[in-house]
Design a protein around this ligand. Structure first.
Ligand code: OAD
Length: 247
């Protein structure tokens, strides 16, 4: 059975990492970007997720982010986030590399998390670079920097912007060391993030894809598990625990 082979691959891995995307948080009530109910079906990325759009209309961008922050701050980790945190605490999973900005992996208890696209739980000054964590959406938007009074923006990566250098180099380091990668809930179309599974594959590693459908990464997957991330990861975790107990 496919899931038994996946569990065997996980249990016998030497350096397992996870690479996650918006699909891992869908069961927490956070919409993904592409697909039937995706955000990019209703909104245009170039009008909302670029530095140019922010310069043109900071209020509009902030209203959109305030709406997304509201969703994220009310969301809770689902069984997929929890299963990954548990696999880490068992010593099996070394790190989660995520494209998500919702912070749910950390909230679930994952300790090693690389956030390639930043965090919606942090804002940053466009003038002096001052950063601050937030635990609710700013009451007044756009917020102003307490140090230099310039506008502050969500500390996320927008289209056309480079990834945070330290996060990217940590991600590359983990990908180069990994012999197995769990690719969960990502369409694999946004680069450079989507290089991560390719790097693992090129180093001779095993690629396990968990997704409700096929993606751009499906052709390099050694195992393709079809289903909702929360349900599949919960099942995988249970089977991993059973296997470890019986061995
Ligand atoms: P996408 O919205 O492109 O893809 C979500 C993936 O999750 C799709 O492959 C779905 O089939 C899958 N999916 C949906 N629900 C699922 C579920 N319950 N269980 C498992 N899989 C499910 O999201 P990302 O790949 O994360 O970038 O998108 C990458 C980047 O594009 C994002 O980080 C964001 C966006 O523009 C930035 O903000 C820079």
């Amino acid at each position: 059975m496919l899931l038994d082979d996946v569990v065997e691959a996980i249990v016998s891995s030497r350096f397992l990492i996870a690479f996650t995307g918006a699909g891992v948080s869908v069961e927490s009530g956070i919409p993904s970007f592409r697909g039937r109910n995706g955000l990019w079906r209703r909104f245009k990325p170039e009008e909302l997720a670029t530095p140019k759009a922010f310069r043109r209309n900071p209020l509009l961008i902030w209203e959109w982010y305030r709406w997304r922050m509201e969703i994220v701050f009310n969301a809770k980790p689902n069984p997929a986030h929890k299963a990954l945190a548990r696999l880490e605490s068992m010593g099996l999973l070394k790190c989660v590399i995520t494209q998500n900005v919702d912070g749910l992996h950390r909230l679930a208890g994952s300790k090693c998390v690389v956030e390639l696209h930043g965090s919606i739980r942090r804002i940053r000054c466009i003038g002096c670079g001052y950063r601050v964590e937030i635990d609710s959406p700013p009451r007044e938007v756009p917020p102003k920097c307490p140090l230099c009074s310039s506008l502050m923006r969500p500390d996320v990566v927008w289209f056309g912007e480079p990834l945070p250098e330290d996060e990217w180099s940590r991600a590359l380091d983990y990908a180069c060391r990994a012999d197995t990668v769990l690719v969960i809930g990502t369409s694999g179309v946004v680069y450079p993030a989507a290089y991560i599974p390719y790097i693992v594959k090129e180093h001779g590693g095993v690629v396990i894809e968990v997704n409700i459908g096929d993606t751009m990464l499906t052709p390099i997957a050694d195992y393709r598990v079809r289903g909702r991330a929360g349900e599949v990861m919960d099942e995988i975790l249970k089977k991993v625990m059973e296997k470890l107990k019986s061995s």
